[in-house]
Design a protein around this ligand. Structure first.
Ligand code: WTA
Length: 634
């Protein structure tokens, strides 16, 4: 059993142990898992080369740690409770025994289709239990899954499939999302027509829509599954073999395929899940994140299932059929731990307290947030109205790259402060540095957040581009992992995340690179160039503000071009990346060397009309006032 800390004194003691003797600490935690062969070496690392290996030489299969390790005691316990989009549709429960059978059956299907250890499998599915089955079946046979969020466009899906070199795509006819039906297969078809590595597509029937099936390529999921195949011998993996690739946005154009390991990721997600949420036997845990993002991977699928937990997954959205949907689910399934994003809290808060009428929420013990800073008002609303002043809030800071939660309270143990992620978890050694990389020691300091020592859950590389991995994360400050976030350590030693210090913005908890959006906008034939910045948005946390240089207009005029830019972004990335504001300008504030002065645009996007600092190096200083005027009129 993975050890669980239960007191503040216990945390302080364990934390000290974990940083003075990290390898001893983690090998002790790793002892709780099932390894076919134990490690020869606990840790080998060299940050200057982006080289980190944990539990070297160990052999395992992560699904044996989910199933074989738990079946004897928990076979009949719910592993997954699935709540459909439409509350009138019957929910589904899959026990550990049932999920095991489904995973084995699908592992056999993948093998029959020629998928082998190390092959990449792309998964583009809505939030249905088969998504978990598909991921775990890949893990069972040693294939590397790459789940792509079902809100991504055909172009983004195609790029990711191509980058990963996936042979197989697992998708569905369509998906339900609130009152909408999403044409998943149509998007997948378009993506596959542009990438030639995929030879087979498995299609799950979800919406029952009439869809074209390409003969020789597309096969229905239900036609492949053989009821007799209930046992599949798991493939032996090395602790450092890749478990999955997950794409995320960075400050340069192309998304990065972060690669996570098998052994280290397993140990880290299970340990942090149990400790942060203080999950106890029999609890029902509900993470509202989509599995297409890291939160869904680590804290809906792997962390909970490795801990023998009951994990609730929800297909729909918080505001359909009405804004009480989350609270109905919590009451219906008697949820004990609820984990969501600040943006969801803010949007529900804005819709008023009437949606909480007749909701009991008695079962809740722990509330969590993730993905973006939570402002104090939202923290208090969550604490008072959802947690009824009795549930601790765990504000969990982490990243796709970190694999698991890094800085966070442990529920009911670490005293909380609104909007603070509080303290580092065991084994995590944060270091705050100034612009020059000088460590800022002691309390009451603010700077860039780095981590100075490896932890088992960290990503090992960027798929196909290790140099980029080194350059992005380990070259800004020597011998440290650079997070890209700004942080403050207050007088009590508590950490508060201040947001990104690079060109990444966080829109409704979705991470987007400004360069990625600019590239999409610049594809438009009438656009000369563009600059995208984030601006404070009351619900989304950050909104997208695009300054677009256009000198020629078509018949639709400015409105026409705005609409077609929206369409271009939606087609190239996905509807969630559409700018909130598009300002057409005649030029951008550039230095004489041609560099866009983003700090000026950031201030304008925030609504400032003066105090832009030194503008003397600008090629055309007048452009600033022109943009300010236009912004005001927007
Ligand atoms: C931000 C999501 C403040 C941060 C798990 C980070 C947060 C980025 C928090 C990673 C938090 C995540 N408080 N900011 N509790 N959690 N972030 O990769 O800027 O989608 O770098 O991983 O989200 O986003 P990603």
């Amino acid at each position: 059993m993975v050890p669980k800390i239960s007191t503040l004194g216990g945390y302080i003691f364990e934390y000290q142990k974990s940083v003075t003797n990290p390898t001893g600490f983690w090998s002790n935690i790793a002892e709780s898992f099932y390894w076919r062969k134990k490690w020869d070496d606990i840790l080998e690392w060299d940050f200057s080369k982006g080289h980190v290996q944990w539990f070297k030489g160990a052999k395992l299969n992560i699904t044996e740690n989910i199933f074989e390790r738990h079946l004897f005691f928990r076979g009949n316990q719910a592993a997954i409770i699935w709540e459909p989009n439409n509350p009138n549709e019957q929910h589904k429960t899959l026990t550990y025994n049932e999920l095991f059978v489904e995973v084995n059956r699908f592992a056999a299907v993948l093998t029959r289709l020629g998928i082998k250890k190390g092959d990449r499998v792309a998964i583009y599915l809505p939030m249905v239990p088969e998504l978990v089955v598909a991921m775990l079946a890949c893990a069972r046979i040693g294939a590397v899954h790459s789940v792509i969020f079902a809100g991504f466009s055909a172009q983004s899906l195609g790029e990711r499939i191509q980058d990963a070199g996936a042979k197989l795509l697992i998708t569905s006819d369509g998906g339900f999302r609130g009152s909408k039906t999403i044409p998943i297969k149509q998007i997948a078809d378009e993506a596959m027509s542009n990438c030639h590595c995929v030879s087979t597509a498995i299609v799950l029937k979800r919406t029952g829509e009439d869809i074209p099936m390409t003969s020789g390529r597309d096969i229905w999921w239900h036609e492949l599954v053989n009821e007799q195949e209930t046992n599949y011998h798991a493939t032996e993996m090395d602790a450092e073999d890749p478990l999955f690739i997950l794409y995320t946005s960075g400050s340069t154009g192309k998304p990065k395929g972060l690669v996570h390991s098998t052994g280290g990721y397993m140990v880290y997600t299970a340990y942090t899940f149990k400790n942060v949420f203080q999950y106890g036997d029999g609890d029902i845990y509900f993470c509202s994140a989509d599995i297409g993002w890291i939160t869904g991977h680590s804290y809906l699928v792997y962390g909970p299932l490795l801990s023998g937990a009951t994990s609730l997954m929800f297909e729909g959205i918080p505001t359909w059929p009405d804004a009480g949907r989350f609270w109905d689910i919590i009451d219906k399934h008697q949820v004990n731990q609820f984990y969501t994003a600040p943006t969801a809290i803010r949007s529900l808060m804005a819709l008023g307290l009437e949606w909480l009428d007749n909701k009991k929420l008695h079962s809740l013990k722990v509330l969590g947030t993730v993905g973006e800073p939570i402002n104090e008002a939202a923290w208090h609303w969550y604490h008072d109205h959802i947690g009824k002043n009795r549930c601790p809030i765990v504000d969990t800071w982490w990243q796709t790259e970190t694999g698991g939660i890094m800085i966070s309270p442990m529920a009911g143990i670490t005293p909380t402060k609104p909007s603070y992620a509080t303290m580092p978890l065991m084994g995590i050694q944060p270091m705050i540095v100034d612009q020059e990389g000088k460590p800022l020691l002691g309390n009451s300091v603010e700077g860039n957040l780095c981590i100075s020592y490896p932890w088992p859950g960290m990503a090992r590389t960027i798929w196909g581009d290790h140099d980029r991995f080194v350059k992005t994360y380990f070259s800004t400050y020597p011998n440290m992992y650079f997070t890209g976030d700004g942080v403050k350590r207050d007088e009590d030693g508590y950490y508060r995340i201040l947001g990104r210090v690079d060109d990444v913005i966080n829109v409704s908890g979705h991470r987007l690179g400004t360069a990625e959006i600019e590239n999409a906008i610049n594809e438009h034939p009438l656009v000369d160039e563009s600059a995208v910045v984030g601006f404070p948005h009351p619900i989304k946390g950050q909104g997208i503000y695009a300054f677009v240089v256009c000198t020629h207009f078509s018949t639709g005029g400015v409105e026409g071009i705005r609409n077609s830019i929206m369409m271009a972004v939606s087609n190239m990335i996905g509807p969630f990346a559409k700018p909130d504001k598009i300002q057409i300008v005649t030029g951008l504030p550039k230095t004489r060397s041609g560099k866009i002065m983003r700090r000026i645009l950031l201030k304008i996007a925030e609504g400032k009309t003066s105090d832009f600092g030194d503008t003397t190096t600008l090629l055309d200083p007048d452009i600033v006032q022109e943009i300010v005027k236009g912004a005001h009129a927007l």
